[in-house]
Design a protein around this ligand. Structure first.
Ligand SMILES: Nc1ncnc2c1ncn2[C@@H]1O[C@H](COP(=O)(O)OP(=O)(O)O)[C@@H](O)[C@H]1O
Ligand SMILES: O=C(CO)[C@@H](O)[C@H](O)COP(=O)(O)O
Length: 614
């Protein structure tokens, strides 16, 4: 296990230093515009990481008044961020890459990812401004000259609703009802209605800011926003990211006229909205064209550097390795997301199905939790001995605590829900709950939710128990590689990515709860799977032979021994089964909490079908 360096970026610089100043072959860039950072990196044709830099919004751009990358309006459940800040981050991250020694003239292709569901509202002047950028001035001073206070420059609205926003319950109810039920909406679009999805967000924006909506010439997802900046004109939305909107009919491969009408208010307004959303190309790999002259003049990118479709952060993450249908990825970023690539289209209101970003006929299965990294940090900071945001005390306590705090078989399991922010899975307001669960009688007893050091282990278990509960239906029985014995349904491998993947205690608990026949792995090629996935997409788009799939090209250049590292064991007989019993208690606990909160059951569970209604 690597020790975690004080400054992982300095570590990385040292690690890749040898290849940084040498070489003249083509390079490919990937970006990740996520909640808290903009990361940019470069790989060569052999998929090796050669340069990497990041801008941390809280540390570098505090002047925007953000905390953990966002602004909030708690009375209305709003969470949003200023696109002006992201523009400033683009120039900053490129400056940092140049300081690292990157010769931009070698960059032949560039792609990226944006946090999913966020929408950017461009003004009528936007495209002209994008086309006329002066390389001697910064992006922000040209596109948002008056900062973030009023609609100005390229923006009809100064803020972009963030994926953590919870202000659209009313709009979600309308979306869930519009095609009949949450299930019919999921059948059409891959998901039931979600607060953060662009359809409900656009409906609310149009109602709350009618004048801004009127002035909006184009609505981009965050990914297409970033692509537009590099392209110097509006870039289309991506075929995978568009399935995170509650507006795209996956079967028809087109925007749903019914849902556009709901979001826009009338048939005529729906036609106008469709124009604002733009055309969505079928392929995720066909270049949008050459990079804007702003970047050729200011950074010396070659004129023919290709802009490859930018996608969502989660679709991009699954491109960071040749993921098999039986493998699972868990992204431990600000959000926790569970991702699988699958040929089976099996939509359900309990989770998301999205188009695969590169390969027609494949889909991405996803679960997404709002209470991921920040909820774990909150517990970490209460663990005695924690200083300077170090995870050491948290990890020692987590590993010293037995699974679900069960000291003996006659004891009670300690289960909890840790939601400092309103949660998506299940749809529940912020709160903390703790229960004792008797595995022998099946009885649940609520206990105090005051902090106990057991919470260090229990919060990680809680997050992984929820993933296990909701992903079991997609998994199949596996064979033990050494004994040939048939094992219960579980992933073949679990890959951990995102900031939390550096944590060995979390990796161990992930393996214990989720199982996995081959064990738990993390990418050993740098901190950012999402930006890496985008860089690999650029390599594929620019270097593929006619008809060559992403999986084929990346699989043929993939160096397993250098790129991934086993970080924990997976399936352990006895422990996995113990967590199987805990899943039953966890399922009951959610029902109790959702019931007690007095909301209509189906709505509060997000339509989750609990398999064993005990
Ligand atoms: N060693 C660690 N152990 C656990 N969590 C960590 C560790 N290092 C970073 N993190 C978590 O990673 C999160 C950031 O992950 P990252 O993938 O960079 O976020 P995002 O893409 O959402 O901006 C932080 O909220 C932090 O809690
Ligand atoms: O809403 C989702 C996915 O549905 C989130 O995963 C966002 O896409 C942001 O992710 P991170 O900032 O945690 O990377």
């Amino acid at each position: 296990m690597d020790t975690i360096p004080m400054n992982p970026w300095a570590f990385l610089k040292a690690k890749v230093g040898a290849s940084m100043s040498t070489g003249s072959g083509p390079l490919y860039m990937g970006f990740d515009l996520s909640t808290q950072q903009l990361k940019g990196l470069c790989v060569d044709s052999d998929l090796k990481l050669v340069y990497e830099a990041k801008v941390d919004f809280d540390a570098d751009l505090q002047k925007y008044g953000i905390e953990k990358g966002v602004l909030t309006n708690p009375t209305e459940g709003e969470v949003f961020a200023p696109p002006a800040m992201w523009l400033e981050a683009v120039d900053l991250v490129l400056d940092r890459l140049r300081e690292e020694g990157l010769d931009f003239s070698r960059v032949k292709g560039l792609s990226g990812a944006g946090m999913q569901h966020g929408t950017v509202f461009w003004s009528r002047e936007a495209e002209a401004l994008l086309k006329a950028l002066d390389s001697k001035k910064s992006l922000v001073e040209q596109l948002a000259p008056k900062g973030t206070y009023v609609p100005n420059g390229a923006f009809a609205h100064p803020m972009s609703p963030n994926w953590q926003d919870a202000s659209t319950q009313k709009q979600c109810d309308l979306f869930d009802e519009h095609l009949g039920s949450p299930q019919t909406l999921a059948n059409a679009t891959g998901s039931k209605a979600h607060h953060r999805f662009s359809g409900p967000q656009i409906l609310r924006y149009k109602t709350k800011y009618p004048e801004h909506y009127e002035k909006t010439s184009r609505i981009s997802l965050v990914s297409a926003f970033l692509a537009s900046v590099f392209l110097g004109k509006f870039a289309p939305m991506d075929i995978s990211d568009v399935t995170g909107m509650n507006l795209w009919d996956v079967g028809k491969g087109a925007f749903s006229d019914d849902l556009l009408e709901l979001a826009a208010g009338s048939k005529e307004a729906a036609r106008a909205l469709k124009q604002k959303l733009g055309h969505v190309p079928e392929s995720g790999g066909d270049s949008f064209g050459n990079i804007s002259s702003y970047f050729t003049s200011r950074y010396n990118f070659p004129k023919d550097c290709q802009i490859i479709p930018f996608t969502g952060d989660n679709p991009s993450t699954i491109l960071a390795l040749p993921l098999r249908p039986s493998d699972a990825m868990v992204s431990l970023g600000t959000s926790t997301t569970f991702l699988m690539s699958t040929p089976v289209w099996k939509p359900d209101p309990a989770y998301h199905f999205m188009n695969h970003p590169t390969t027609a006929g494949l889909y991405m299965f996803m679960l997404c939790y709002k209470n991921g990294g920040l909820a774990r940090e909150q517990i970490r900071d209460q663990v005695p001995g924690t200083t300077n945001k170090s995870w050491d005390s948290f990890n020692s306590v987590a590993l010293a605590t037995p699974p679900v705090s069960l000291e003996s078989d006659s004891d009670n399991m300690r289960l909890g829900l840790y939601f400092p922010r309103p949660e998506i899975v299940p749809n529940l307001h912020a709160g903390q709950w703790r229960f004792n669960y008797s595995p022998t009688t099946g009885k649940l007893t609520e206990t105090s939710s005051d902090f106990l050091s057991d919470d260090a282990r229990n919060i990680v278990e809680s997050q992984f128990l929820s993933l296990r509960l909701r992903s079991t239906n997609l998994l199949k029985a596996e064979q033990d590689l050494t004994t040939g014995k048939t094992l219960p349904p579980q992933p073949r491998r679990v890959y951990l990515v995102g900031g939390g993947s550096a944590n060995p205690a979390i990796a161990q608990i992930a393996g214990e709860v989720l199982g996995s026949v081959e064990g738990v792995y993390k990418l050993d090629i740098g901190g950012n799977a999402c930006a890496l996935g985008s860089a690999y997409k650029s390599v594929w788009a620019c270097e593929r032979k006619a008809g060559q799939t992403f999986e084929d090209l990346i699989g043929s250049r993939w160096d397993e021994s250098q790129f991934v590292k086993k970080v924990a064991e997976g399936y352990r007989e006895g422990v996995f089964e113990k967590y199987g019993v805990a899943v039953e208690g966890f399922e009951k606990m959610e029902r109790v909490v959702l019931g007690e909160e007095g909301e209509e059951y189906g709505k509060m569970t997000g339509g989750v079908v609990f398999r064993s209604a005990k």
